[in-house]
Structure formats: C-alpha cells, structure tokens
Design a protein around this ligand. Structure first.
Ligand code: PLP
Length: 390
C-alpha cells in the first residue's frame, strides 16, 4: 500500500477510548471496574425527544434535506440563541450538523491555513490539538492554572497571540477542568480577537451544565456576525450523544462556506434527527432539572471524597460534569496514577495528560455515573493511594 496522506500521521486518538478499551479487557477477565472515564450523561434521552425522532421516521422524514437544516430546526436554533445568548442571529448564520464535534473540524479547516496559529486551552478537549496538528497549523496551547481556577486567562492569550494567529478556541464550561470563564474575561478575549482580527470558536457544548451564575457567551460581543462562532449541541444537555446533533452559529459568509463543505462531505443532518432536535429545543426541560440536581449531588460527594484522600486536592468545578483532582502530593505522574488506579483499585479514570501536557499532575473523573458508583469508588481510591505511602 502506498503511504497515506501526511496528515494521517499527525492525527491522534482520544484518551477516554483508550482507557475504556483497557478497562473492558480487565472486565472480560472477570475484574470489576468502576467507570469514570467517559464524558456522556448516564440519563436516557428525554421521552418527548425520542418520540419526535420516531415520529419523524414514521412520517418518512428520511430523505436528504437542505444542507443548513430544515427551516423549522434552524428557526428553533435562532430562538434558542435569542433566549440563551441574548441576541438574534440571522437564519443564514446558522448551520445544523451531525454533532458538536464536526463544528470544530469544519471551523478549523475553513479558517486556518497550514503554518497559521491556533490558540486553545491546555488541558483541553483533545480534538483541538489533534486537529490543529492534522491541518498543519501551529498549535499555541495556553496553560490553564490552578490558581486561576483553571480559567483561560486573557492575559496569557494576549502574551501568546501574534499576527499569525487565525483562531482562538474557547471552551466554557470546560472539559476537562469544569472551569467557567467570567463575562469580563470573555469580553477581554473578544477585544483581543478583534485587535488581531482572528476568529473565536466558542465551544459551548456544556452551556446548560452550569452550577452557579448565568451562562455568558463570548459571541454576544459581535452577535456571531464578525469573528465569533458558537458551537453547541444536544449531546450533553439532552443526553443525545449517539443521535449526533449539533450546530454552528457564526458570521454568514463563513457559515455559507462551511455549508458548502458539508454539502460536499456529508450533504446534511438526518431530518428525523433534526425533528427530534426541534422537540428538544421547544419542549419541556424537566429532564434537565432532574439531571442537574443529580450532577450537583454527585459533584459534592465526589469532590469532597477526593479531598479526603492523602496527597490529593480537588477544586469544586463550576460547570460540566468532571472533577479534576491535583494528585501531585501522591508522588506519581498522571499516567502512572491512572494506570495504578485501574489495575489496583478497579477505577477507570483519565490521566490529565490525555488532555495535553498541561494536564500533568491531574486526573479527570467524569461524574456522569451513579451516586452508588461514586460512593463505592471513594474508599477504593483512598485505600489504594494510602497503600502507596506504606
Ligand atoms: N466539545 C467538548 C468540549 C466536548 O467535551 C465534547 C464531547 O465530549 C464535544 C465537543 C463533542 O460533542 P458531540 O458529542 O456533540 O460531538
């Protein structure tokens, strides 16, 4: 076989899947494993959303649609942005996509040439750095600091930005740290982006998983019309990871070009899934209240439990559903500790370094799992780490 395209040597897999695979091997050998590695809500998709999807199939909404999405869905997104971000985008600023993730890839390849720079958080969602390498961009990771509660600091962005910077990626609430940037910080980033005339992709997939305060989007700054772009979707807010449904809202000329790319690559988002999305956006949010109540309770138990483990300290995350404990006091590296906990205590969590070099010294626990699992895990983690000290 001839060698593949060069970019294929630069693209990376995701740590969560690697650990899940390793944990499954142990489970197949009869080991019992408690899972904290995967970032998807453990709740079912709300009934009214499922029904709308099924009805869509029954009604034969099973054909191609226009690339940007059926008008009812695009209008529902417009309304959602109006309610949650406080401005009303034009319909030609909106693009329906199969999941939030494609929005990252599509925005990157549409805005950044090889050799140009992309700023993103470190630790951060691994796709940012993997795709940045893939497209031949120069990655500019911005280290998130514990003393700043892991919020991306606009001062660090200002120090690292240059005329070559084309795209800044923000993610708030953040995976993996659970940090939430303040309105003032986001406005400062928007100012910097304007000064350097670069795009800002705001990955807001966790916008509805917030424990304190109001959600604020950096895109309110220019109403996603000049340089900012919203990425949001249904995977986390409506437990719809497997449905693959998300969207972008951005400057109309950019959205139009991305839409042409979508047309060439995968035509459109499945229509019966868009119809489920309309139900999600316009229907009741009772499931969300129940989910948030549960996440809040789990967050307290997990974080308080981790703080009782010798050598471990953990800040209370402000959003998303991840705990990000500092394990430097244990003497093990992130990778060593994740491996040790999996093999010695049957706890599957991710090494912080799965999210970039800035994650060294940390682990990520997804608390999208039951209180029973969390309660069972805490003493196992504590005992395993105490054994290290002996
Ligand atoms: N962005 C972040 C920060 C995420 O954590 C995830 C999923 O884990 C995504 C995007 C992808 O979302 P989706 O499942 O809608 O593609």
């Amino acid at each position: 076989m001839k060698p593949l395209a060069d970019g294929m040597n630069r693209i990376l897999s995701e740590g969560a899947l690697t650990v899940l695979r390793e944990a499954k091997v142990l489970e197949n050998k009869g080991r019992s494993i408690l899972h904290f590695e995967i970032g998807q809500p453990d709740f079912p998709t709300p009934e009214h959303v499922k029904k709308a999807g099924i009805q869509g199939i029954t009604d034969n909404y099973t054909r191609y649609t226009v690339t940007e999405g059926i008008p009812e869905f695009v209008q529902a997104i417009q309304k959602e942005i109006q309610i949650t971000r406080g401005y009303t985008p034009e319909l030609d600023q909106i693009l329906s996509l199969p999941g939030g993730k494609p929005g990252i890839y599509l925005t990157m390849i549409s805005t950044v040439n090889p050799g140009e720079e992309i700023i993103f958080p470190d630790p951060g969602f691994p796709t940012y750095s993997s795709l940045s390498q893939y497209i031949g961009a120069k990655s500019i990771p911005i280290k998130l600091k514990e003393e700043n509660q892991f919020r991306m600091d606009p001062v660090d962005i200002a120090e690292n930005i240059s005329e070559r910077t084309k795209l800044i990626i923000l993610n708030s609430p953040q995976n993996p740290t659970g940090s939430v940037m303040t309105k003032s910080e986001l406005e400062q980033v928007a100012e910097i982006a304007r000064e350097y005339d670069c795009f800002v992709l705001s990955d807001e997939i966790y916008s509805k998983i917030l424990y304190e305060g109001e959600f604020y989007s950096v895109t309110s700054f220019d109403e996603a019309s000049e340089q900012t772009i919203v990425l949001d979707g249904f995977s986390k807010s409506h437990s719809m990871t497997g449905w693959r449904l998300g969207y972008l809202v951005g400057p109309a000329p950019l959205i139009q070009k991305i839409s042409t790319l979508v047309l060439n690559a995968f035509t459109c988002t499945s229509e019966f899934i868009q119809r489920a999305g309309i139900a999600a956006l316009t229907g009741p949010m009772d499931h969300h209240k129940i989910m948030m109540k549960s996440f809040r309770a789990r967050r307290e138990i997990l974080v308080n439990g981790l703080n009782e483990v010798p050598g471990v300290s953990c800040q209370m995350p402000a959003g998303a559903f991840y705990a990000w404990p500092n394990i430097t006091g244990t003497g093990l590296s992130s990778r060593e500790m994740a491996h040790y906990l999996l093999h010695e205590a049957g706890i599957a969590c991710l090494p912080g370094t799965a999210f970039g070099p800035g994650g060294e010294g940390y682990l990520r626990f997804s608390y999208a799992t039951s209180i029973d699992v969390i309660t069972e895990a805490i003493p196992l983690i504590r005992n395993a780490i105490e054994r290290l000290k002996r």
